[in-house]
Design a protein around this ligand. Structure first.
Ligand SMILES: NC(=O)c1ccc[n+]([C@@H]2O[C@H](COP(=O)([O-])OP(=O)(O)OC[C@H]3O[C@@H](n4cnc5c(N)ncnc54)[C@H](O)[C@@H]3O)[C@@H](O)[C@H]2O)c1
Length: 345
């Protein structure tokens, strides 16, 4: 392994950084994480090809990149055959609905993009001799019986529960990626992303953080599901993007957790948001959704050892930046209903 070498060079501005002319395909480019990845790779000097069918994403997230000659965009569904002209050095497969409110409404597309979409991206990587990184998730651990979750834990997932469409698609994605690695020798990387937050999340995507901030901004009470003792750990988006970048340039093919181990109960988190926003509202409690994970905390020993990575942005700092972003959105965004989807195939 030459990971140490990679990490050293990452810090000292190596030839691995910003190799001009290197071409990167980013699927899910118009989404929350995909758009931040596009920004990062453009900043590093790569030529970025963004691809998205805009099912949950928004062109607003990347419109600032359209004037850059090193950026191009394909409006395409990656569950269908993918054609990209010219060479490709890297593929980052981030296309997939990611919040429960989305994947519960479009379960079949979620299964398709994790399975067929991943297969198409892997086939493209093989054809182009590109290295591919796939976005997996802490959801592969399901409602975990091991705490914190390390990469050796195989998870506790209900395949036929409501979240099964997302969790099992991602588990299939990992299996398919590993098969392309062992059978075809494709250079693959698997990142297991834990809850990430930051600017460009959608206020109405149903996840706890934007939901709480949205409620505070609208002057509504903050809804906590269950008794609020369930825990989450939130990673600021810049930290995650750094972890992704490092994993891509490492030579480690097994899954790596990337997230912030700073764990907090949802009740305490709601109280933090009340303090941050200065809202006069209170917390109200509602019934816990089925299969909601009780605990979530990444064990990041591997990321520290292999990528020399750990989160740097504290929750207080990250929340301040994110709150500023949400506060400055046009007023109509505050009252926008969750996305509706035309096709359910
Ligand atoms: N945000 C997190 O905390 C988190 C945690 C774990 C894993 N992930 C993974 O990271 C990736 C991005 O998540 P996000 O939070 O940015 O979600 P997002 O919904 O903001 O972005 C997903 C993007 O993928 C696009 N997309 C979906 N299906 C597609 C298809 N068939 N063809 C082309 N484009 C398609 C959407 O339009 C959207 O722009 C997902 O794969 C998700 O599973 C995210």
């Amino acid at each position: 392994m030459n990971n140490e070498k990679n990490n050293e060079s990452l810090e000292s501005g190596s030839p691995l950084r910003g190799r001009r002319g290197q071409r990167v395909l980013i699927t899910g480019a118009a989404g929350f994480l995909g758009s931040h990845l596009c920004d990062r790779f453009i900043k590093e000097g790569y030529h970025v090809i963004g691809m998205d069918n805009l099912i949950t994403g928004d062109l607003k997230n990347i419109e600032h990149l359209f004037k850059q000659k090193e950026f191009e965009f394909y409006h395409h569904d990656v569950s269908k055959f993918i054609h990209v002209p010219g060479p490709l050095d890297y593929i980052l497969h981030f296309a997939s609905p990611a919040s429960p409110i989305d994947y519960l409404k479009i379960p079949i597309q979620t299964l398709k993009v994790g399975s067929l979409g991943t297969h198409n991206c892997l086939g493209l990587a093989l054809a182009k001799k590109a290295r591919i990184l796939v976005a997996s998730t802490s959801e592969v651990y399901g409602d975990p019986l091991v705490h914190p979750q390390n990469e050796e834990y195989w998870g506790n997932v209900n395949p036929v529960g409501p979240r099964g469409v997302y969790d099992e698609a991602k588990r299939f994605q990992e299996a398919m990626t590993m098969a392309y690695h062992t059978f075809h020798g494709v250079e693959t990387r698997i990142i297991r992303i834990f809850n990430t937050y930051g600017p460009r999340m959608r206020l109405n995507d149903g996840r706890a953080l934007p939901a709480f901030i949205g409620q505070a901004l609208r002057g509504e009470d903050l809804t906590v599901f269950g008794d609020g003792s369930q825990t989450r750990s939130f990673c600021y988006v810049d930290d995650l993007i750094e972890g992704i970048y490092r994993l891509l340039l490492s030579d480690y093919a097994q899954p790596v957790n990337v997230g912030n181990p700073d764990e907090i109960s949802l009740k305490d988190f709601a109280e933090e948001i009340i303090k941050l926003t200065g809202t006069a509202q209170k917390i109200v409690y509602k019934e816990l959704p089925k299969d909601d994970p009780k605990q979530r905390q990444p064990d990041i020993t591997k990321a520290k050892a292999i990528l020399n990575w750990q989160p740097k942005v504290s929750r207080a700092e990250g929340l301040k930046i994110t709150y500023e972003y949400f506060k400055n959105l046009p007023k109509e965004e505050l009252h926008k209903l969750p996305k509706e989807f035309e096709s359910r195939k």
